[in-house]
Design a protein around this ligand. Sequence first.
Ligand code: NAP
Length: 254
Amino acid sequence: MKRYALIGRRLGHSYSQQWFTDLFARLGLADHSYDLCEMPSVDSLRQWVHREGICGLNVTVPFKIDVIAELDDLDDTAAAIGAVNCISVEDGRLIGHNTDATAFSETLPTVESTEAIVLGTGGAAHAVAYALEQMGITPTLVSRTPEKTKTGNGKWGVIGYDQLPSFIFHLSPLIVNATPVGMYPDSDRSPIDPVHLSALITRHSSLVYDLVYNPSPTKLLQMASAMGAKTVDGLAMLHRQAELSWDLFRATEA
Ligand code: NAP
C-alpha cells in the first residue's frame, strides 16, 4: 500500500482526501490511499511517518512553518519561502517543498496592482508574499501582533490591522486573505471589517483573493463582491497545489 496523508490540527474543512481519492481512482491506483490525519503538534512527525509507512505528506494549518524543524532537507523554493506544504519521503529522508506559491501565482488573474495587502503571517502568507514578489508586486503583511512578527526574516513589511486606514497605496492594492478566518465551521467571520475593506476597495478593478475555499464564497468575498470588487476563492489554488504535490510524490515512486 502507498499511503499519503494531509496533516493539520483540524481538518474538517479539507477537500484534499476527496481530491486524491478521485485521482487514484482515475489512474487505477487501487493500492494508493490518502488520509486526513489531525495531530496536536508535529514534534514526533518523523517517528510517525516511519511507523505508519507514509510515502508523502501535505501540511496545513498551523504547521507549515514549524514542520521545517522536523525535516532532513528543503528544496530551494521552500527554503526561500520559509514554509512547507508538501513533504516527500526519499530513502527515508523527509524533504520539504512548497507548491502553494506556484499554485497561487498560476491562479491569480492578471492585476494592475503593484502592491498587495496579505492578511496573515503564517505559512500560506509566506508562500503568497514570495509569489507576489516574483511577479513584481510588493506585499505588505497584516498581523494581529505586528510587533512580534518577523515574517520572512524581515524581508516583507508587516503592519497591524489598525494601521490599514493610514497606509498609502499608489493603486488600489490586491487584497489576499491568508488567515483561516471565515473557514468552515466559523463561516460567519471575516478577517477584516467592512469599514477597512471598503477603504481598500477604491476601484472596480480591485481584486480580493481568499485562500479559504470552504465555504465559497466566504463572508469576506461576499462583502467584497457587494462593494464592487472582483473576487477569487481558494478552490483552483487547492487543486493546483495538489497536482504539483502529486508530481513530487509520483517522482519518488519511479
Ligand atoms: P497558519 O500558518 O496557521 O497562519 C495563519 C495566520 O493567520 C497566522 O499566522 C495569524 O497571523 C493569522 N490568524 C490566525 N488566526 C487568526 C484570527 N483568529 N484572526 C486574524 N488572524 C488570524 O495557517 P496557514 O497554513 O498560513 O493557512 C491560512 C489559511 O489559508 C487557511 O485557511 C488555509 O486552509 C488556507 N490555505 C489555502 C490554500 C489553498 O490551496 N486554497 C493553501 C494554503 C492555505 P497573525 O498572528 O500574525 O495575525
